[in-house]
Design a protein around this ligand. Structure first.
Ligand code: HMG
Ligand code: MG
Length: 303
């Protein structure tokens, strides 16, 4: 059966990038393989960024070149984006046969400066050069807009700034634009208002995805609201891992287990085996010596 919603698992990238203790490369590879075994068919596998900015993912080359990941990269039915900020990143990624690139810009100046050390307009220009180079190499390109509701330094984000960023990403050829509530401050009413605003301003909803962090416990509700507004693609992270080193105080992504549980209960097909996902969430939480951030995961694991 074709899934009714598509889940983009970002645990191996967003989930791990902010963890201070060094996670061994083989755990990262095992995590990607276990996520694949749950039925997930879109997994962001790593980023190729400055190792000074994100030391945790500085072993991205070792992840990409491992035989298990190389095998997955051969499978053309999978989407395995790699987050890339610049041409250097695409050159490195291409050496390992990546099939898809995720470019990322901020709707707001403060986070843009902190995250990628440039203004919003410079970030758009840089993302455009990466997207063009990716397309020249035959790679698919996904786009992120960060800080759709609030910026950690500048405060509330104007919807027109989000619209500008979304249109820029569509214009550079991103097949999908993921709307990032980087700080996890949004609520269902904010979510509905922003989606309606984008819709009313000509953004095709079938090009949008939701990427909700869960700082205020609203992420599952935001996904449900976005689903009811017509969004059908959601980013999430196993065990609710995640956060950005440049977004102080932000919590992890919405947990993949919680999303699959919610959609299963609504009879909405995700293509993901919840029981295998819970096992994977329990496994990675143990490996990281952390409690799972998934409520459904914790409840199901204790049964
Ligand atoms: P910079 O310091 O302005 O630029 O960083 P640079 O070109 O001078 O590079 C600095 C150093 O990094 C140099 O090394 C480069 O060679 C190296 P040095 O000469 O000092 O030894 N470098 C690289 N190394 C490997 N791969 C590369 C690469 N590029 C440069 N691709 C830069 C600018 C953009 C590179 C930096 O700021 C950066 O890497 N930022 C990425 C930060 C990041 O990964 N943040 C988290 C992901 S975004 C996020 O989580 C939000 C999201 O989840 C959505 C949401 O929730 O909103 C997507
Ligand atoms: Mg994120």
């Amino acid at each position: 059966m074709n899934p009714n919603v598509r889940i983009v698992e970002v645990g191996p990238r967003d989930g791990l990038q902010n963890i201070s203790q060094k996670v061994p490369t083989n755990i990262k590879i095992d995590l990607i393989c276990k996520l694949y075994d749950t039925g997930l068919r879109a997994i962001e596998i790593t980023s190729v960024v400055s190792p000074k900015a994100v030391p945790q993912l500085s072993d991205c080359r070792d992840v990409l070149k491992s035989s298990l990941i190389q095998e997955l990269l051969q499978n053309k039915s999978l989407r395995l984006p790699v987050l890339i900020p610049n041409i250097k990143g695409i050159e490195i990624g291409s050496q390992y046969g990546i099939s898809e690139v995720a470019v990322f810009i901020s709707a707001t100046e403060g986070f843009s400066k902190a995250n990628i050390n440039c203004t919003v307009d410079e970030g758009i220009a840089r993302a455009r050069s990466v997207a063009q180079e990716a397309q020249r190499r035959g790679l698919a390109v996904r786009g992120y807009v960060s800080c759709i509701f609030t910026d950690p330094f500048d405060g509330p984000t104007s919807p027109t700034a989000v619209l500008k960023a979304v249109n820029a990403l569509i214009g550079m050829g991103c097949y999908e634009i993921s709307l990032g509530d980087t700080l996890g401050v949004g609520s269902p009413s904010n979510t509905r208002k922003l989606i309606k605003f984008l819709d009313n301003n000509g953004v095709p909803l079938n090009r949008l995805a939701g990427h909700f962090h869960d700082t205020y416990g609203q992420a599952v509700a935001n996904v449900w609201e976005a689903y009811n507004c017509g969004i059908r693609v959601f980013d999430s992270s196993v065990a609710g891992l995640g956060g950005c080193p440049f977004a102080p105080g932000a919590k992890g992504n919405v947990a993949t287990e919680d999303l699959v549980y919610m959609f299963d209960k609504a009879g909405i097909e995700t293509g993901v085996d919840l029981s295998k996902l819970v096992t994977t969430g329990t496994w990675i939480s143990q490996k990281l010596s952390m409690q799972t951030g998934s409520r459904a995961g914790a409840a199901l694991a204790s049964k």
